[in-house]
Design a protein around this ligand. Structure first.
Ligand SMILES: [Zn+2]
Length: 117
């Protein structure tokens, strides 16, 4: 009987803490956006160290300027490890793409918070 109560208590405590952990947006540090795998961290509550990875082999991507010296910026992300991944073209500078990604992450965090209520 006592063992049963202790066991139930342990399960309740475990469930409580694992739920607590799931509630933290800071566990959300990876997602696929625009078919690119992004990873990031948090610094003082803000998204930091946003890095793009290949969705096929997980190698860190680098961006290539394909604007051909045109007036409108145009970049894409490529994988030089597997050579099997080229992202869509973005008519933006790389910092603008990263800014868009950060805003999408922020939206996802807000949606997570709304779902948990
Ligand atoms: Zn790759």
């Amino acid at each position: 009987m006592l063992f049963g109560i202790v066991l139930l208590l342990c399960i309740a405590i475990y469930a409580f803490f694992s739920k607590e952990k799931n509630n933290s947006y800071e566990d959300y540090k990876e997602d696929v956006i625009f078919n690119i795998k992004w990873r990031w961290g948090y610094s003082y509550g803000k998204i930091s160290n946003l890095v793009a990875y290949c969705p096929k082999c997980d190698y860190q991507l680098h961006y290539v300027d394909i604007s051909n010296y045109g007036l409108i910026p145009k970049i894409c992300f490529v994988c030089e490890n597997c050579n099997q991944f080229t992202s869509q073209e973005f008519n933006k500078e790389v910092y603008e793409v990263e800014d868009t990604i950060k805003r999408k992450i922020a939206l996802n965090i807000r949606n997570m918070a709304t779902k948990q209520k």
